[in-house]
Design a protein around this ligand. Sequence first.
Ligand SMILES: C[S@@+](CC[C@H](N)C(=O)[O-])C[C@H]1O[C@@H](n2cnc3c(N)ncnc32)[C@H](O)[C@@H]1O
Length: 271
Amino acid sequence: MKESNTPREIISFYLDELAGEVSMSEIMYSKALPEEQFIGQISSCTADDIGNLAKRAGIDATSQVLDIGCGRAGPACYLANKLGCKVSGIDLVPEHIGFAKKMVQSSKLENLVTLLTGDVLANTFRAEKFDVIAGIGSWRHFASDKIIPYCYENLVPGGRVAFIERVLLSPVDSGAIQELSEKRACTTLESFASYYFGLQKNGFVNVFIDDVTVQYLAFTKTMLNSVNGYDKQIIRNFGEQKFRDRIDLLEAEYRAIADGSLGLGLFVAEK
Ligand SMILES: C[S@@+](CC[C@H](N)C(=O)[O-])C[C@H]1O[C@@H](n2cnc3c(N)ncnc32)[C@H](O)[C@@H]1O
């Protein structure tokens, strides 16, 4: 497996997932999830999963949050709206941030949500420190020996890093995982233990880990069971081949979760 993807490869992957302003994941998730669970996210998490992460990280109206790899800022707007916290979001893909800025404006969240295009590891927020650094489905793109020290450095004392990410549960690579990782520009696949030790080694304490693989399995199954609800719109916007490729990958992902090789973790740790 490749060691990591370059920012250029990651941008190119996400641009391929867009047709104009429409995102393929957004079409799928908006059609398949119950209305209250779709909040504009492009990661395999529900609104409840994101709410649980925020609760565990102690986010409230006084918090300054940095959302790394914020995507189209669905989660950032959700947290600001629900909890009244300030959120700074950063994402590599200019088209994501362009779309997100319009959403912030139309939701009248300009006072709470600020957005920036760029590579988080280029340390664009150098002047500020945050109470919480959140990452929802974005850590798969980061080398953990770089992102963990980055988070430590950019948190206030007592601040929390909080993320939801895929983990490898079994060392036996079914091939599906390699394909999934490479085709979705996410070659970073850690385990519960490697994230735990990585966080500890870099000075984090009170490491909390929740295994949310059951929710991930249910999410993926819901996507597969709802194909009839989104197939036509995806084919219209992206063509038959891209639709087929995405479903093949989703099936491979489902098999990898169901056979115990792939899981999802919720992680919170304190500086
Ligand atoms: C699976 S998406 C999740 C987006 C968002 N967190 C959500 O839940 O909707 C991962 C995002 O991480 C962003 N990303 C990856 N590497 C990045 C980097 N080095 N700096 C900033 N953003 C990055 C990608 O552009 C992508 O939008």
